[in-house]
Design a protein around this ligand. Structure first.
Ligand code: SF4
Length: 329
């Protein structure tokens, strides 16, 4: 580990750099391992939203926990604003965590039902010793207003609110310390469709107002298209395709991405596609298929696919890099 890796990067550098991140869990029986995240690399620019999509069990949520160092990786590097998070002593890591916050999928489960909204939203401020008690109260009132809730919500408890309002409370807590990065893990998938759009609008509004950067994790490709500047598609713990949102949705290159996008309802008839129905489920990550992990389900499988793991290749151009891991390219 060099000193350079822990020095603060210039403001112009990427906010987040993830290199070859890997997490293998010991399987329940203890004999084998579950390959949850495999050799994942990407970066996030300041002010950018990177969408991460894939089916349930593809490793998206494990990736979020690795980035925040809520769990330690088996291998790889995570740099935040130039600092190597895996090399930081605990005290420095805690200080850095102010700048990185998580919004959870389930606003019902993520808010402590015994605490008032004032205590929930004010908790990060109290933990990090921000302001006096009265100042924290004023800050909570301001945060609630920012996310579209009245200040009188402060004295109430989570069960008194609707799902959308609870997610607003969770967002108020996430922005309390003025973070630079928010990782939103399926933030709208537990909500009704009409409420989903309100929460997405709030997240986009906050991004502009507070100069936030997002990693937006979802299985819902329409939602990811709406909020993301770039998208990474994950399958069985690996990124199989990544490019800017427009290029990905107009011209998906990986057969898995093609299938996912073909299932998204299209209001624009020009973009309407024949639906590709994949056979089978996502394989067990304890015993992933050999070669390309998608080969048992791939409609375009080649003879070489069960034997050789495809690496990511750039099939784009200098202005639109487009990485895809597939032997078709
Ligand atoms: Fe399909 Fe082969 Fe490409 Fe994998 S490498 S996605 S199996 S064509």
């Amino acid at each position: 580990m060099t000193d350079d890796m822990t020095a603060a990067s210039p403001e112009g550098g990427p906010l987040l750099e993830v290199e070859n991140l890997t997490k293998h869990f010991r399987s329940k029986g203890g004999a084998g391992s579950v390959q949850a995240v495999n050799d994942v690399s990407f970066h996030l620019e300041r002010g950018e939203t990177l969408g991460i999509v894939g089916e349930s069990g593809c490793g998206k949520s494990t990736l979020a926990r690795l980035i925040l160092r809520l769990i330690d990786p088996t291998a790889g590097v995570v740099r935040f604003a130039g600092a190597d998070l895996l090399a930081l002593p605990l005290a420095e890591l805690q200080a850095r965590r102010r700048d990185m916050q998580l919004i959870f999928q389930d606003p019902y489960a993520s808010l402590d039902p015994r605490l008032t909204v004032r205590a929930i939203v004010g908790e990060p401020l109290a933990i990090h010793g921000v302001g006096l008690r009265r100042e924290r109260r004023d800050r909570v009132a301001e945060l609630l207003k920012t996310v579209g809730l009245d200040a009188d919500a402060m004295t109430r408890y989570p069960h008194e609110f609707s799902g959308g309002q609870r997610q607003r409370i969770g967002i108020a807590r996430a922005i309390a310390l003025e973070p630079k990065l928010i990782i939103a893990d399926e933030p709208v998938s537990a909500l009704d469709v009409s409420i989903q759009s309100q929460i997405l609008e709030l997240l986009l509004d906050l991004k502009a107002r507070l100069s936030l950067s997002y990693i937006f994790i979802s299985h819902d490709l329409a939602v990811v298209e709406y909020v993301s500047d770039r998208v990474a598609v994950m399958y069985l713990g690996r990124i199989v395709e990544t490019t800017d949102t427009e290029s990905l949705y107009r011209g998906p290159a990986h057969p898995y991405t093609e299938a996912l996008i073909s299932a998204v309802p299209q209001p624009d008839p020009e973009r309407d596609r024949t639906r590709i129905v994949l056979s089978g489920d996502i394989p067990n990550p304890e015993s992933p298929p050999t070669g390309c992990p998608f080969h048992p389900r791939c409609p375009k499988v080649l003879a070489a696919c069960p034997d050789a793991l495809p690496s990511l290749k750039d099939i784009g151009d200098t202005t639109h890099p487009h990485l895809v891991a597939c032997h078709l390219y």
